[in-house]
Design a protein around this ligand. Structure first.
Ligand code: NAD
Ligand code: WQD
Length: 355
């Protein structure tokens, strides 16, 4: 049987690296294209340690036609593309909108052109719950209205989804899904790969783990006067390994489709919401580590609550989240502890860069 090669753009990143591991486990042959604008090369070595495979790596920019053409010339036919590569810092996108448009929309455009030119039959796109803004009804369903985005980052997700849908409506032989992720957290059970935030983390869980590790003084809980049971915001936190598995199920779903042209969208979340204080308390319970924190003013742009209607993915993709919040938070802590100990040794001159 022909190998099922999957081109994974952004495969060295947080969600991409976990998905590459699950692709190997499921019998696919992932090939990574990454420009390392937000990831580290040692992650590739770690993927090899986990999978026992040398996953091919191409260093390049998925928005550059030449870089993408080089990958296709070297690798030949691809069974699918999973397109993770994007910039994702919401605040940064407000001050650098053109950089976000060029990278995220240019990347999508080039990958769609490649799918057509090289006759790739399956395409999975990383979208986000951010496209819903502040939804009227919870849990939020896939058919909820898409409102004006709150940031250029959110715009790139809305526009990229639209590009994909319109391209497919033109009759091109491509089957595709957009997966709208809720809040990914956690790390691989080996502790070898996980999220690598650049600078001061904006997201809740990396800030918690860095504060617990003593790297940050205090966690600010942004607002306790929302209309939620404890006054803090509610989100749907999804374990990154469950999220990675959703991509495999999405590929299998597209393979089951008998048509040559197809498009749909799916929420990828647990269907359950947790408040900021619940996350904090659960983290302290599972790790036994206290996290200094204080209530701070609301963060601009935050909505009170959002969580997924997860039924469509369960029914059609045959996927649901299996891992617990406790598991996700303890794996985040294991990753933070392990990565930190390596970094600390490096700073003391006792070891080289992580490998
Ligand atoms: P990440 O930054 O860890 O991974 C993205 C990877 O893409 C990085 O390795 C980066 O170097 C690479 N990259 C960026 N632009 C590139 C380009 N032009 N060419 C080649 N490589 C490029 O981010 P992540 O958390 O793994 O997110 C993956 C995808 O999921 C993104 O599209 C993101 O918008 C989306 N998403 C993330 C979240 C989240 O909270 N992490 C939530 C919803 C959606
Ligand atoms: C979660 C909750 C904060 C940090 C973001 C993007 C979204 C998507 C997922 C990509 C909120 C609170 C946070 C802190 C806090 N990404 N918080 N103190 O904002 O739900 O979603 O990541 O597509 O587009 O916006 O995630 O982790 O930043 O915040 O109290 O130091 O934690 O106010 O209620 P968010 P988050």
């Amino acid at each position: 049987m022909r190998a099922k090669k999957i081109l994974v753009t952004g495969g060295a990143g947080y969600i991409g690296s976990h998905t590459v591991v699950e692709l190997v486990r499921a019998g696919y042959e992932p090939v990574i294209l990454d420009n390392f604008s937000n990831s580290e090369r040692f992650i590739i070595t770690r993927i090899r340690k986990i999978t026992g495979r040398n996953v091919p790596l191409h260093t390049g920019d998925c928005a550059f036609r030449e870089d993408v053409a080089r990958v296709f010339r070297k690798e030949g036919h691809f069974h699918g593309i999973i397109h993770f590569a994007a910039l994702k810092a919401v605040e940064e996108s407000v001050s650098q909108p053109l950089r976000y448009y060029r990278n995220n929309l240019g990347g999508m455009l080039t990958m769609l052109e490649a799918a057509e030119q090289y006759r790739v039959p399956n395409f999975v796109f990383s979208s986000s719950c951010t496209i819903y803004g502040n939804p009227d009804k919870l849990p939020v369903r896939e058919n909820a209205p898409v409102r004006k985005a709150a940031s250029p980052y959110g715009e790139t997700k809305q526009i990229a989804e639209q590009m994909l849908e319109t391209f497919i409506q033109s009759g091109v032989p491509l089957k595709a899904v957009s997966l709208r992720y809720f809040n990914p957290i956690g790390a691989h059970s080996s502790g070898l790969i996980g999220e690598l935030p650049l600078g001061v983390p904006k997201n809740l869980v990396p800030f918690i783990t860095q504060t617990a590790a003593g790297l940050r003084k205090i966690l600010q809980v942004y607002g306790d006067d929302y209309s939620t049971p404890d006054g803090t915001c509610i989100r749907d936190y999804i374990h990154v390994v469950d999220l990675a598995v959703a991509h495999i199920r999405a590929l299998m779903y597209l393979e089951r489709k008998r048509t040559r042209t197809f498009y749909d969208v799916f929420n990828i979340g647990t269907g359950r919401g947790h408040s900021v204080l619940e996350i904090l308390r659960t983290f302290e319970k599972v790790t036994g580590v206290k996290v200094p924190h204080k209530i701070a003013p609301r963060r601009s742009g935050d909505i009170a609550k959002i969580y997924a209607a997860a039924g469509k993915a369960k029914k059609e993709l045959r996927w649901h989240a299996k891992r617990s919040l406790e598991d996700a938070l303890s794996s985040s802590w294991a990753w933070q502890s392990q990565f930190l100990s390596i970094e600390a040794k490096r700073k003391l001159g006792q070891s080289k860069s992580p490998s």
